[in-house]
Ligand binder design. Sequence first.
Ligand SMILES: C[S@@+](CC[C@H](N)C(=O)[O-])C[C@H]1O[C@@H](n2cnc3c(N)ncnc32)[C@H](O)[C@@H]1O
Length: 134
Amino acid sequence: MDRAQHVPVLAGRVTALLAPALAAEGAVLVDATLGRAGHARALLEACPGLLLVGIDADVAAIEAARELLAPFAARVTLVHARYDEIPAILAAAATNAHGFMASSPLPQALSLYACRGDRRASACLSSSPAAASR
Ligand SMILES: C[S@@+](CC[C@H](N)C(=O)[O-])C[C@H]1O[C@@H](n2cnc3c(N)ncnc32)[C@H](O)[C@@H]1O
């Protein structure tokens, strides 16, 4: 199926704010409410060395994101889960093909939506295996 791209209203502003922190080769972004991946796509385009872990509780969103992010598949890990599972997701991602945790001790950015709307996401991150190794 051919999916139409979704461009969020704030994609430009979010990209301008986050891209400087995600410019390094191997930087990791966790979008904990991936949806149709509008922000994720904008950041993958802006940051050629960026690795994405995209999480969504809706399997249809994950399927749509897989198609929409196909040009970036080599840098993308998609997970169908709720974002309060972030510690386990990141631990599993540490052993995936990207091996990003070996070179990056801590995801540089979490979904703004998740952090702002539910403080558990940032709490999970601070107790994640990645953070513990810092
Ligand atoms: C507004 S959309 C996200 C927009 C997206 N980040 C973008 O760039 O366009 C919200 C998404 O959050 C997902 N969601 C809501 N609660 C969630 C949870 N607890 N864990 C993971 N995903 C969740 C929904 O399934 C939906 O796809």
